[in-house]
Design a protein around this ligand. Sequence first.
Ligand SMILES: [Zn+2]
Length: 61
Amino acid sequence: MTTMTGSAPKPDMSWETLLNDYRASAVSLLRHHGVNGRTCTECGQPVPCDALRGAEFILEL
Ligand SMILES: [Zn+2]
């Protein structure tokens, strides 16, 4: 019987820790990408910009 250990590069880094990390950066990203009318103040794209959509996706996980 073989074990599945050794495949993860960082065994002490749990999925939950990783997710919290993603969420923290998503929140700060949401703060930077403010909405000014219909465009993002940070990248000038129509909202939601790519960054905002990515952040919202992460926060819904
Ligand atoms: Zn943006």
